[in-house]
Ligand binder design. Structure first.
Ligand SMILES: Cc1cc2nc3c(=O)[nH]c(=O)nc-3n(C[C@H](O)[C@H](O)[C@H](O)COP(=O)(O)O)c2cc1C
Length: 174
């Protein structure tokens, strides 16, 4: 165990702590008519089962934020370890069209596109949005879910992608 550095500013200490917070990687997508966009995000959390809901957080400076603020639906694609390239593409400074050129994307009945080989794709209706500092918290009520059978979520920690196929082996049956 290491002790916190004497006099370390809280901002730096917090950044260092967050680098140690492992997070499942997602790509959140939205659509508006023929326009669609998607962005890589780890600030995604299950919220409740009553109703089934989750939350996602986006920086107000992001393009996804602008579209999601105006949208009434969004899709959270939980990435599989096969989808590392999709994660890199959807966090890079390229156009929406260039992003969707990578990976196998389909349009959904709900509207937002979903990644066919994602770990899971969760279609949501946007129920609330709450501004906090530089970010906005978007709350989604779950409309439909697609799950891939083999469990190997893509995790990001300390600036690296982590392979997690062993996690599936530890799950209890049933
Ligand atoms: C692994 C990873 C996780 C990220 N998580 C978030 C997040 O939760 N919220 C956010 O606003 N940006 C997050 N980002 C940064 C955005 O993906 C990045 O700034 C992106 O270029 C924004 O694209 P846009 O402006 O087209 O929406 C993350 C980036 C990476 C690589």
């Amino acid at each position: 165990m290491t002790s916190p550095a004497e006099g370390q500013p809280v901002d730096q200490g917090f950044k260092d702590a967050m680098r140690r917070l492992a997070g499942s990687v997602t790509v959140v997508t939205v659509a508006s008519g023929a326009e669609r966009h998607g962005t890589t995000a780890t600030a995604v959390t299950s919220l409740s089962m009553n109703p089934p809901s989750l939350l996602v957080c986006f920086n107000r400076d992001s393009r996804l934020h602008a579209m999601l603020s105006a949208a009434d639906k969004f899709c959270v694609n939980l990435l599989h370890t096969d989808n590392v390239d999709v994660s890199k593409l959807f966090s890079s400074p390229v156009t929406s069209a260039e992003r969707f050129a990578g990976g196998h994307w389909s349009s959904s009945a709900e509207g937002p596109p979903y990644l066919e080989d994602a770990q899971s794709s969760i279609q949501c209706a946007k129920d609330q949005q709450i501004d906090y500092g530089s970010h906005t918290i978007f709350i989604g009520r779950v409309l439909s879910v697609r799950n891939r059978n083999d469990i190997s979520p893509l995790v990001y920690c300390n600036g690296n992608y982590v392979r997690t196929s062993d996690l599936a082996k530890k799950k209890k049956p049933g």
